[in-house]
Design a protein around this ligand. Sequence first.
Ligand code: PEP
Ligand code: MG
Length: 582
Amino acid sequence: MTFAVHGLAVARGIAIGRAVLVASSRVDVTHYFIQADQIQSELKRLGVARDAVIDELQRLQTDMPKDAPLELAALLDVHLMLLQDETLSAGVRQWVTERLYNAEWALTTQLDIISRQFDEMEDSYLRERKADLEQVVERVLRYLKGAAQPVAAPPPRAPRQQDLLLDDTLDVPLVLVAHDLSPADMLQFKKSLFAGFVTDVGGRTSHTAIVARSMDIPAVVGARSASFLVRQDDWVIIDGDAGVMIVDPSPIILAEYGFKQRQGELERGRLARLKNTPSVTLDGQKVELLVNIEQPEDTVGALAVGAVGVGLFRSEFLFMGREGRLPDEEEQYQAYRQAVEGMNGMPVTIRTVDVGADKPLDSRHDAAHLNPALGLRAIRWSLSEPAMFLSQLRAILRASAYGQVHLLIPMLAHANEIRQTLELIEKAREQLDKRGQAYGPMKIGAMIEVPAAAMSLPLFLRYFDFLSIGTNDLIQYTLAIDRADESVAHLYDQLHPAVLRLIANTIAAGQANGRPVSVCGEMAGDPTMTRLLLGLGLRSFSMHPSQILSVKQEILRADAGKLEAWAQAVLDSEEPAALLLE
Ligand code: PEP
Ligand code: MG
């Protein structure tokens, strides 16, 4: 039966395909595809883990004190029985051999399927066994995690399309449906062939959504119960423009969306022609269009859309999902140099590591903090780990010998943070001098993403060569709305007068002091915001490559001079959104 699940539109377009569920688990597990020739070793890994847990449970049984409650012995029996049950192991084997899921993903997928069967059982005793099953699977997952390869090993390459699909579904696109996906997981999937994705949680500017947008596939987040309502292999349509997922669509609906999909492709074809058109307004104002990247390889996509530089390299993606083992100076240097060389002499703005909040370093980081978005994230973390920070600064400086590198510091608010940061940059230079290693000249900029920074502009202008407005966080912190929380997503308002005022003041202060100002938050890549930002005087936008051409189209149609008065009216309005629609 056809039904629709509503969420938040993240990345545009229509995807039609079969659902691949990524079940969530209380144990933090990684999801990736293995290669076909790794099937046997993956099954072996599973077998070893399962046997180890069986041993552990049997040992618990033997060592049980005589006076232990009878229920405990019975419970261990149930756990052992569940672990040896064929429904679990046969299903898990199938996910590994036919879909090439890694062991952990196969286990959580099968757990999810069996859990749903338990949920439907009439008998309450049997229904309650679900919790037992979850516990034993968690034991196996923990064992696998403990015995895991060091995460430093590069993630396995994504399989080829023919490896990924079952014979009878050859050439059917796959759509990822998950309760939640960490940004690190999303990055793994970036290398895969998914046609679209949906998550239950997340806001439009959560980092998972940001990575999804960079994949340029239709995506919906905050769809609440999507992963519960959809089953493995269900046919689904993702409408990334409307923020809707349609499950089990009827032939008429499929035909309608097939048509929309083709229309979208035609529109993209039309936009592609703008790639080499200079980005200039009708009244001759040049506008710089830069890209946001997460990995050095993303520079390929940047060049493909005619970007003139990287406005934001989110370096933290080199640090995440490695279970505490951070990239050393050499590894980082190679990555930054690759990005710099990839841009063929155009500027590359590398932001120092911004972990924390919804970008945890690994499963342990942030777990102990009540309010990670207000905690030890971004520059605060860097300053608390000077050795780590210095090694990143040296790596960036060394890469600056190969092209134009700009350094960007996230989340500054205090004068003493600024001074400490600049001192450490100086120290990193001295260390390189001592080693006799080369580095180039480097402009240093600050992100304006905390209201306190946007209200202390003279301080920032005194110390920095350029400013970059991080609207994602600026909105979050100005409005006290968690950007990753779908339950308050309706209040996350990029057009709130307070937000607009802070943005406008920052652009104006930069202009008045001859200091470049860019916007690198998601607002810069939203074509409905382009005219307003132009009217406020912005001439440098940084966004995912997938957004560049739509924004350029708006720029080519705009008369920046005429937009100024209108933008001031929007700024002074109680309801800016209403004026924007006019
Ligand atoms: C921002 O906050 O707008 C920004 C660009 O940084 P991030 O999204 O990585 O927090
Ligand atoms: Mg930010």
